[in-house]
Design a protein around this ligand. Structure first.
Ligand code: PLP
Length: 453
């Protein structure tokens, strides 16, 4: 077939050729031809400490040499205990037990199942429906895909998806409920909240098991934080109708937004926090969930302490060793301080770029999870047609120039929203941010020339 690659690798796109990366140094990846790429999105917002950290590699190698695998139905390791304790202590006060998986999709899948088991065993057997949000991404397994709202990824699998419900998340810059920001906030009558209650009542509260949301919407919308007070209202609804509140921190966890978890900034205590990516800074497939004492007590009282679930690689010793070593580096490099300093610096530099390029209509985010919304013409609020693949093309130009970003499009219904996430490693310097902005600036100029042709 035309353009199909002739090698053995089955990637997402069988027609695409990608550079072969030989190694990485700090924020840079280097390919076999010696070309450098500034990793301005930490891969998939995962390589949060950059590349080539020897101490993490050595910890993994040492563990692999000692015991490469132990089955957590029979044995545990010291590193497993240490990492769970470290994460438990970073989390909100009543979230103490940590369950490990290999990826964020599995973490969310586990959280959805735990919510269901918790209700079933507590004598609420009907509770099984999950409410998610259209602008959220929670993963690619059937459960997590059903809970999320990635329309393009859901489309092919529609008959396989679970019958979960969805609401829109707040996006005051371009409200999906067509409310005016000032009117909405001053009246405190937020459609994005009343719609949740309406949905619960329509489904019947006795049927709803969990509500799942990202604290700051990542890949589906490009780093959109909620208006202050939104999650307090969500928490109230979940309490009122006995619904497990799952906050997906797979992208936001471990300092990305300037605090250990973004949950600290949204002012609530969830029932479950899921995490991934940053926990090992991308050095090993590691993710999981941190669970509220209330759910653990329920499991002990009603289920003899048994969660009916499990994975072969849960708590894998080498992955756990990577996690422990990564969290040590976060501490040593005082990453949280750096995010608090570099986040505002990056935002200011992007706001300067906004003055120059009318393709940028919004700069938003928290810490070093920053997004820009791309439009065809800011003055007339003219959106790109999805077929123009604006974000993807802009990123393609940037890659040629030596920096890689995280493009996204098609939030809500596949017709709205083009954005770029800028999320460099959390130990990025001022000079590296300047380079990111310079390459983005040049990319916009080339992009403009291409659009005119
Ligand atoms: N949840 C969020 C918020 C994510 O951003 C992602 C991945 O991008 C996932 C879940 C899925 O994680 P994974 O790809 O590790 O399965």
């Amino acid at each position: 077939m035309d353009g199909i690659k002739k090698d053995y690798v089955f990637h997402r796109d069988l027609k695409k050729e990608y550079p072969i990366i030989t190694h990485g140094v700090g924020v840079y990846l280097i390919d076999e031809n010696g070309k450098k790429y500034l990793d301005a999105c930490s891969g998939a917002v995962a390589a949060n400490l950059g590349h080539g950290i020897i101490s993490i590699g050595e910890s993994m190698a040492e563990q692999a040499k000692k015991a490469a695998f132990v089955h957590t139905m029979r044995f545990e390791t010291k590193a497993l205990h240490e990492l769970a304790e470290t994460i438990g202590k970073m989390a909100p006060i009543h979230l103490n037990k940590v369950y490990f998986t290999t990826g964020g999709s599995e973490a969310n899948e586990s959280a959805l199942k735990l919510a269901r088991q918790f209700h079933r065993d507590a004598g609420r057997p009907q509770k099984h429906i999950v409410i998610g949000r259209w602008q959220s991404y929670h993963g690619n397994t059937i459960g997590s895909l059903s809970a999320g709202g990635d329309v393009k990824r859901r489309h092919a699998y529609t008959p396989n998806l679970l019958n979960y419900a969805h609401v829109y998340s707040p996006y005051c810059h371009r409200c999906p409920y067509d409310r005016q920001k000032n009117d909405c906030l001053s009246k405190q009558n937020w459609t994005c909240v009343t719609d949740i209650e309406k949905t619960i009542l329509e489904l019947g509260p006795e049927n709803v098991s969990a509500f799942i949301a990202e604290p700051i919407v990542g890949s589906q919308q490009g780093a959109v934080p909620p208006p202050p007070g939104y999650f307090e209202k969500v928490r109230e609804l979940c309490d009122r109708y006995e619904i497990v509140l799952i906050i997906d921190e797979v992208m936001t966890g471990f300092g990305r937004t300037g605090t250990n978890f973004a949950t600290e900034q949204i002012g609530i205590e969830p029932d479950i926090i899921t995490f991934g990516k940053g926990v090992s800074a991308g050095y090993a497939p590691l993710a999981g969930m941190i669970v509220h004492d209330r759910l653990i007590d329920g499991l002990i009282q009603n289920s003899d302490g048994k969660f009916i679930h499990g994975y072969t690689y849960s708590g894998h010793p080498v992955a756990v060793a990577a996690g422990l070593a990564a969290l040590e580096v976060y501490e040593q490099e005082m990453v949280l301080e750096n995010v608090k300093k570099q986040g505002p610096y990056l935002v200011n530099r992007l706001l300067e770029l906004k003055q120059k390029h009318s393709y940028i209509s919004d700069v938003r985010g928290k810490g070093l999870l920053i997004g820009i919304e791309l439009v065809k013409d800011r003055k007339h609020d003219l959106l790109f047609d999805p077929s123009e693949k604006a974000a993807e093309r802009l990123n393609g130009i940037a890659i040629e120039l030596g920096a890689v970003f995280y493009p996204g499009s098609g939030a809500i219904d596949g017709t709205k929203g083009e954005h770029l996430i800028i999320s460099p490693p959390l130990n990025v310097t001022n000079t590296e941010i300047d380079e990111i902005v310079r390459i983005l600036d040049e990319s916009f100029t080339i992009f403009k020339g291409l659009l005119r042709k």
